[in-house]
Design a protein around this ligand. Structure first.
Ligand SMILES: Cc1ncc(C[n+]2csc(CCOP(=O)(O)OP(=O)(O)O)c2C)c(N)n1
Ligand SMILES: [Mg+2]
Length: 303
């Protein structure tokens, strides 16, 4: 008998609702695409600076996954945020000041975590984002604890490997029992550093969450699809969304070992074309790239 994971193929169309992007306006698509481009070009600038040796601490780039927080933040905002190491795009999508993130990555006291957190521990009081400790998955029970006392909904983002830590299960169960307003998100890139999921486990996070009584969906990383489900799930918290995605670069650092299983950025542009926004794609891409490069140039000039 095949295990649950093997029965659910990794494809860019997994769980896709046909024409889901048509459920949103063109203005929405333009704003979403702008944020996605901002996150993506920001990461390319981090890579350039890192490759020049300007960063003292390890970096964790979200290239290939940069559209996930953009989609979540577009429909789920004003929340407390508990993410893990791959979180530049989470910070930017939820309104974090890009200049403070640049400073943080350069270990400057003017960084969002006073230069002491670095890439792996992005903390910002301004946007209610709590820096990660480095212990995989511990942000999940901490997020649930925060939800017990918070007056806002709580977002926690984990990876498919962090989802295997035992303290996640107690946290999910406690959130269900106490009906806490937590949205659990798993950025499932099918990798724990280099080990693929079926080597590590035979069960799905979505199946586990449903077993505990949480509403949960397991979908591909189309941003309109994510926004659609997050909108629905946010009415039934606590809830979980497992998003199958592809890491574009190495676990840490800026290397690349080949093309990802699918190129979501290219697929997003296809959807923009289908929506009749062909002409906006190039304009948004080049404007955003120029803006991001300007921010980095300005910051790098400062000593
Ligand atoms: C409790 C614990 N075990 C192991 C590690 C070492 N470690 C750091 S990141 C990582 C993999 C994380 O994978 P995932 O949660 O899927 O996130 P991704 O890097 O794929 O975004 C591991 C094993 C750790 N930091 N903490
Ligand atoms: Mg992973």
């Amino acid at each position: 008998m095949k295990c649950e994971l093997e029965q659910t193929a990794r494809t860019p169309a997994y769980g896709l609702i046909p024409d889901v992007a048509n459920r949103f306006s063109k203005e929405y698509a333009l704003k979403l695409f702008t944020q996605i481009c901002f996150n993506r070009f920001f990461e390319f600038e981090v890579k350039k600076a890192y490759d020049k040796g300007l960063m003292k601490l390890p970096i964790y780039l979200s290239v290939g996954q940069e559209h996930i927080p953009a989609a979540i933040a577009s429909v789920f905002s004003d929340c407390l945020i508990f993410a893990q190491h791959r979180a530049h795009s989470v910070y930017l999508s939820f309104g974090g000041d890009p200049l403070q993130l640049i400073d943080e990555l350069l270990s400057r006291p003017s960084g969002c975590a006073r230069g002491m957190g670095g890439s792996a521990s992005i903390h910002s009081q301004q946007i209610g984002m709590f820096g990660h400790s480095g212990l995989m998955g511990d942000q999940v029970p901490i997020a649930v604890g925060a939800a017990l006392g918070a007056e806002k909904p709580v977002l926690t983002v984990m990876g498919d490997a962090s989802a295997e830590e035992d303290y996640i299960y107690g946290a999910l169960g406690f959130a269900v029992t106490k009906k806490l307003p937590v949205l659990f998100v798993c950025e499932d890139n099918d990798l724990s550093i280099l080990t693929r999921t079926p080597v590590r486990r035979s069960w799905t996070l979505c199946g586990l969450a449903q077993g505990l009584g949480l509403p949960a969906v397991d979908i591909t990383d189309d941003p309109w699809l994510i926004a659609h489900h997050v909108k629905e799930l946010s009415q039934q918290l606590p809830a979980l969304i497992n998003i199958r995605t592809c890491r574009g670069l190495w676990h840490a650092g800026s290397g690349c070992d080949g093309p990802p299983e699918w190129d979501r950025f290219a697929l997003i542009k296809d959807t923009m074309r289908i929506l009749g926004l062909e002409n906006d794609i190039t304009a948004i891409e080049s404007d955003t790239e120029r803006t991001v490069q300007g921010l980095w140039a300005e910051r790098l000039q400062k000593s």
